[in-house]
Design a protein around this ligand. Structure first.
Ligand code: 5GP
Length: 200
């Protein structure tokens, strides 16, 4: 019998506002047997965001406690807030051969790459910086000051692209989702991820 050997860790990352959250959400409509890791954050919930669904919203003391308890696979300060991936959820589900997706910023992705180089790292790139500025403004969730900070970080973040396995340009949402789905399917078929059981 041919089976998958281990759960695969997929890391979807890229500059803020590039659409990685939208791509990840749409991806879940189109692919099965993959779990999304829910991050912990000190950010205030936005309208409509649900505790434990979008994020685990905590205060800074609770976040620091999790750092001290080695509870994060990675964590980073993104602008004024802290974000982290709970280690337990990821490790337990990978051990159960479940595939996991992390949707995290580039600082976090580089930390995961150091600790778990066997992960598959997918960089979502903007078609160009002007387009990204337009998207962040259209989203209307950020102050003018925060927009400027985010944009100046983008150019620096594009430098990180070389550490990734795949680059998906988010010019067209549907196409970008198809590409990420294709990457996941191909990685599941990779010889190194396959286990032959009881063959005669
Ligand atoms: P937002 O506040 O808009 O939900 O997210 C801001 C940024 O934080 C996004 O780039 C998002 O991908 C990133 N982010 C969300 N969760 C995590 C996490 O657990 N770790 C890291 N390093 N970044 C995260």
């Amino acid at each position: 019998m041919i089976k998958n050997k281990n759960g695969i860790l997929f890391v979807i990352s890229g500059p803020s506002g590039v659409g990685k959250g939208t791509i990840t959400k749409a991806l879940f409509e189109k692919i099965s047997n993959v779990l999304l890791s829910v991050s912990v954050t000190t950010r205030i919930p936005r309208n409509g965001e649900i505790q434990g669904n979008n994020y685990f919203f905590v205060n800074i003391h609770e976040f620091e406690q999790m750092i001290n308890d080695d509870g994060f696979l990675e964590w980073a300060q993104v602008y004024q807030n802290y974000y982290g991936t709970p280690r337990k959820f990821v490790m337990e589900n990978l051990a159960r051969k479940r595939d996991i997706i992390l949707e995290i910023d580039t600082q976090g992705a580089l930390q995961v790459k150091k600790n778990m180089p066997q992960g598959i790292f997918i960089f979502i790139a903007p078609p160009n910086v002007a387009e990204l500025a337009k998207r962040i403004k259209l989203r209307g969730k950020d102050s003018e000051e925060s927009i400027q900070t985010r944009l100046s970080a983008v150019k620096q973040e594009l430098e990180h692209m070389k550490f990734y396995d795949y680059v998906v340009v988010n010019e067209d949402l549907e196409l970008a989702v198809e590409k990420v789905k294709a990457i996941i399917i191909a990685e599941r078929c990779r010889y190194g991820n396959i286990l032959m059981e009881g063959s005669s």
